[in-house]
Design a protein around this ligand. Structure first.
Ligand code: SAM
Ligand code: SF4
Ligand code: SF4
Length: 342
């Protein structure tokens, strides 16, 4: 299939689509969903698999070649392997991945693999059961650990993501790295971000990439940066003993200049940036009978005009505090990280 090179106002291509398949979650991570209650997307607005497939097809024709399923917790979406199967058939998808909290992974991994999923990333912030309960509000560490063991078998070389929060889990960098090493996984530490939904965010809790490297270097010895081309957000590093890990420095050293990502929410709003105030409604035109060409024109025009560099702008904000007040999040749940999919 001939693919047009579609670039935005900063010459960034449209390559990477994050598909949120549900806004629901079976955890309540303190950095993502810390509030006592949430406003959910109306069920009738949630895209059917056929609708997701139709939209993905348009994005593929416009240059997307990486698709990541996310949520909320994507494994809560009923019959998810059916969607994976539909997407995996598309040769234009060079990389088909999923980000999950791992709670339901032990049972789901083999079906995902059979359906054609290429890669899995599992989020894990602590190895301590009591701490897990405090961080995620549910006593699910054992199930996540089972999920990780199954992932090691079914998706060898899988990735793990850890959001590092000062005073919460930053004393576990080394145990988590060793845990990943034992399972053949590549761990990425993520700086705590002040995204919508992180209503308890505080700059003093951010552990910067520089500090992470300093602390790991003090334990393991000199760390080497791995030079890589491309737009992958994780800078990768190598310990003296050869172990490779990543750090996603979205807060202190954002990668907006090369950002080729956009996000489709479970109800079909398209966001050009994690920090964007509003999304572009694709569900309305799709359900209203807009043809393929007019939808493609809409997507093309919007991407051409894209100037978003949200995390960079936040970097220059004075007196940083949580991005969006709870009252605004309740009025528009699309502002939440768990709706946008991270
Ligand atoms: N529920 C799935 C999970 O947790 O893996 C997928 C959705 S979750 C929103 C996607 C990613 O966003 C997770 O790795 C999570 O750790 C990350 N995330 C959520 N809130 C964050 C924050 N405030 N700062 C940095 N990363 C965050
Ligand atoms: Fe945690 Fe992911 Fe659920 Fe957010 S969506 S609360 S990061 S498991
Ligand atoms: Fe991309 Fe926005 Fe994140 Fe910057 S803040 S890397 S533009 S999604």
């Amino acid at each position: 299939m001939a693919v047009m090179a579609l670039v935005d106002a900063h010459a960034r291509p449209l390559k990477n689509l994050r598909l949120s398949v549900t806004d629901r979650c079976n955890l309540r991570c303190q950095y993502c969903m810390p509030e006592p209650d949430y406003v959910w997307l109306p069920r009738e607005d949630i895209l059917q698999f056929e609708e997701i497939e139709q939209l993905v097809e348009l994005f593929l024709e416009l240059g997307v070649d990486k698709v990541r399923l996310t949520g909320g917790e994507p494994l809560l979406r009923r019959d998810l392997p059916d969607l994976v199967e539909r997407l995996a058939r598309r040769e234009a998808i060079r990389d088909l991945a999923i980000t999950t909290n791992g709670v339901l992974l032990a049972d789901a991994a083999a079906d995902l693999k059979r359906a054609g999923m290429h890669r899995v990333t599992v989020s894990l912030d602590t190895l301590d059961r009591e701490r897990f309960k405090a961080l995620a509000r549910f006593d699910e560490l054992d199930r996540v650990l089972k999920g990780l063991d199954v992932a090691a078998d079914v998706f060898p070389g899988f990735k793990m993501d850890t959001v590092l929060i000062r005073g919460t889990n930053d004393d576990e960098m080394i145990p988590l790295l060793e845990f990943a090493r034992a399972r053949g996984a590549e761990l990425r530490f993520i700086e705590y971000m002040d995204v919508g939904g992180a209503t308890h965010w505080n700059p003093s809790q951010v552990v910067s990439r520089a500090e992470m490297l300093e602390r790991l270097g003090a334990h393991y010895g000199p760390i080497t940066a791995i030079e890589e081309a491309g737009s992958a957000p994780a800078d990768r590093f190598r310990l003296p003993d050869g172990l490779v890990f990543g750090i996603i420095a979205s807060t202190t050293a954002p990668f907006c200049a090369n950002c080729d990502r956009s996000r489709l929410t479970a109800d079909g709003l398209w966001y050009l940036c994690l920090y964007a105030a509003r999304g572009i409604d694709l569900r309305g035109p799709l359900r209203g009978g807009a043809g393929r060409e007019s939808l493609k024109e809409l997507i093309t025009g919007v991407w051409h005009a894209r100037t978003d560099r949200g995390a960079e702008h936040r970097l220059h904000a004075r007196g940083r505090s949580p991005l969006i007040p709870v009252s605004s999040l309740k009025r528009d749940p699309h502002l939440e990280m768990h709706t946008r999919g991270g």
